[in-house]
Structures are given as structure tokens and as C-alpha cells.
Design a protein around this ligand. Structure first.
Ligand code: B12
Ligand code: SF4
Ligand code: SF4
Length: 228
């Protein structure tokens, strides 16, 4: 717990929030910290609302013209934090195969799947993400995350997220990625490209934490670049 407290402070000064931590079990698929040394604690780091993105936007990676700036920034920051704490840095974007970050997130804090596939958080709504995690050998002795009986989607009768996409990319069963990407490349897709996914923006939960235009446009360009 002391290691986590130190990690929280160091992460915050670098622009990342400690999202939560838990004691991994075998089914969580957390790699060993070092050969023969299983992880006793997994700590998740990320962005909440509009926080964190300005630290990235002011970084050298954001301006050097090289591909994948946010992933490279995350790698630099999280690897430095892992080295300081004697842990192993793990990343959501290092794959395939992907590390099961959404599963880990549900272990670490009160998030659950929304109909869009993104996890929804009671305070941050759909406006949060994970930039890395650190596996530590020390056993986790902190509390289990508090969990409300119902998540925000359980009491959302109208589900406006499912009807907001102009090309119906969300069916409630899956996300038609190619339909979305084709629309984004057309002139009509400019609103999504500049201000972010309309389906995500249609969610009334924590709308005040929605990404600003810079962060929204950055995320959409990165998404489209990953599809080409
Ligand atoms: C591949 C991928 C994509 C693909 C495909 C996504 C898809 N919907 O099919 C593409 C490139 C299209 C994509 C797009 C986006 N993605 Co993406 N993506 C990933 C990635 C790298 C792997 C996901 C995966 O396949 N994991 C493999 C499975 C097995 O892992 P898992 O955690 O065990 O899976 C659990 C979850 O899937 C969860 N679950 C999720 N949805 C549902 C729904 C139901 C009904 C149930 C029961 C369970 C469930 O249960 C699973 C079992 O535990 C993750 C990062 C990561 N490593 O997880 C990000 C991630 C999921 N993406 C993320 C984001 C933000 C986006 C975008 C908004 C990015 C953007 N700026 O445009 C879009 C929106 C996509 C959308 N609406 O779903 C975030 C989500 C954060 C959050 N709040 O949950 C993640 C976690 C990355 C991050 N750095 O934080 N993504
Ligand atoms: S609009 Fe409703 S169902 Fe959709 S993500 Fe938001 S709370 Fe959940
Ligand atoms: S970005 Fe636009 S086209 Fe793609 S899923 Fe969201 S609303 Fe639909």
C-alpha cells in the first residue's frame, strides 16, 4: 500500500491518475513481474475526463511528428514509474494479443460494460481510458473497490447512445468498425472527426467530463490511422 501511495503521487505529477489496484488471480492473466515472481498487485494508470491529456499535449512526443505519440508518451512515463517501484510496465496497446485491460479495469474499480463496449464509470461516464499498468511483487492489501448495485446503464431507459450514430454502427451486439471508418473518411464524417464519436457524446452521464475538441480530434485521428 505504501508503494501504491508513492506511485499515485509520482504518476499524478507526470499527468496520469492511479485508476485502481487489485490482487491478481491466475485467471486474470497478469504476466510475472520477473521469471518465477508472480504479481501480487496490479495497478492501473490512465486518464479521467479532461485530466492528463494536457500533460501529453505539452510533451516532446506530441510534437516530434513520429507515429503513435500518445502510446510512446505513455510508454516513457509508465516505464519510468515501473523502474522506480521495481515493477513491470504493461500496456493496453502492445498487441495483438491484447492484454485484457477491460477485464483488469473491472477488477480495479467500479466500471462495467456499456452497450457501446466501452466501460462506463459512475463518476466519469464514458470519458476515461487506461494508458498502462504496473505489476508489483508486493501483495495487495488495500480494499476491494466499492461497487454500486446498479451501473449508470442499468437505469438508462432510453439508451440514446444506441441511436445516435448516423450510420447505425452500434447494434447493441457489436460495433461495425468498417461502417464507422468509411463514414469518418467521407465529408459527412467531419462532425465525428472534429468533435468526437456522436454515440459516445449522446450519453447523458458525466457529459461535463467529455473530451474537449483537441482531445476528441486527436483520438479520432489516431483511431482512423490505426484502421489504415
Ligand atoms: C482492439 C481495440 C479496439 C478496436 C476494436 C474495438 C471493438 N469494440 O471491437 C478498435 C480499433 C475499433 C477500437 C476502437 C476504440 N477503442 Co479500443 N481497444 C481495443 C483494445 C486494444 C483491445 C480490446 C480487446 O479486444 N481485448 C481483448 C479482450 C479479450 O480483453 P478483455 O479486457 O478481457 O475483454 C473484456 C471486455 O471486452 C469486456 N467487455 C467489453 N465490452 C463488453 C460488452 C459486454 C456485453 C460484456 C458482457 C463484456 C464486455 O469483457 C471482456 C471479458 O472480460 C483495448 C485495449 C485492451 N488491451 O484491452 C482498447 C480499448 C477497449 N479501446 C478503448 C477506446 C477508448 C476506444 C475508442 C473510443 C478510441 C477512439 N478514440 O476512437 C474506440 C471506440 C470503440 C468502441 N466503441 O468500442 C479503451 C476503452 C476505455 C473504456 N472506457 O472502456 C481501451 C480499453 C483502450 C484504453 N487505452 O483505454 N478499439
Ligand atoms: S446512453 Fe445510457 S445506456 Fe448508453 S452508455 Fe450512456 S448510460 Fe449507458
Ligand atoms: S464515430 Fe461517428 S460514425 Fe463512428 S460509431 Fe461514432 S457516431 Fe458512428
Amino acid at each position: 500500500v505504501e508503494a501504491l501511495r508513492r506511485l499515485t503521487g509520482a504518476a499524478a505529477s507526470a499527468g496520469l491518475v492511479l485508476r485502481g489496484a487489485f490482487a491478481p488471480v491466475v485467471d486474470d492473466g497478469v504476466p510475472e513481474v520477473r521469471a518465477g515472481m508472480p504479481a501480487g498487485t496490479l495497478a492501473l494508470l490512465g486518464f479521467t475526463g479532461r485530466e492528463g491529456f494536457p500533460a501529453f499535449a505539452a510533451s516532446p512526443e506530441a510534437h516530434d511528428g513520429v507515429a503513435h505519440p500518445l502510446d510512446r508518451w505513455s510508454r516513457r512515463i509508465v516505464e519510468a514509474l515501473a523502474a522506480e517501484s521495481g515493477g513491470l510496465a504493461l500496456f493496453p496497446f502492445a498487441g495483438p494479443p491484447w492484454l485484457p485491460f477491460q477485464r483488469w479495469a473491472m477488477r480495479a474499480e467500479d466500471v462495467r460494460p456499456s452497450p457501446l463496449g466501452l466501460l462506463i464509470h459512475p463518476r466519469w461516464g464514458l470519458w476515461h481510458s487506461y494508458r498502462g499498468s504496473i505489476a508489483l511483487a508486493e501483495p495487495y492489501t488495500g480494499p476491494e473497490p466499492a461497487r454500486a448495485a446498479l451501473g449508470p446503464c442499468d437505469t438508462c431507459a432510453r439508451r440514446p447512445c444506441l441511436s445516435a450514430c448516423p450510420v447505425g454502427a452500434f447494434t447493441g451486439e457489436g460495433y461495425a468498425v468498417d461502417t464507422c471508418a468509411t463514414y469518418l473518411r467521407s465529408p459527412e464524417g467531419a462532425d465525428c472527426m472534429e468533435r468526437g464519436c456522436l454515440a459516445r457524446r449522446a450519453c447523458p452521464v458525466s457529459a461535463e467530463h467529455a473530451h474537449g475538441p483537441g482531445q476528441a480530434a486527436f483520438g479520432m485521428r489516431a483511431f482512423l490511422a490505426a484502421r489504415t
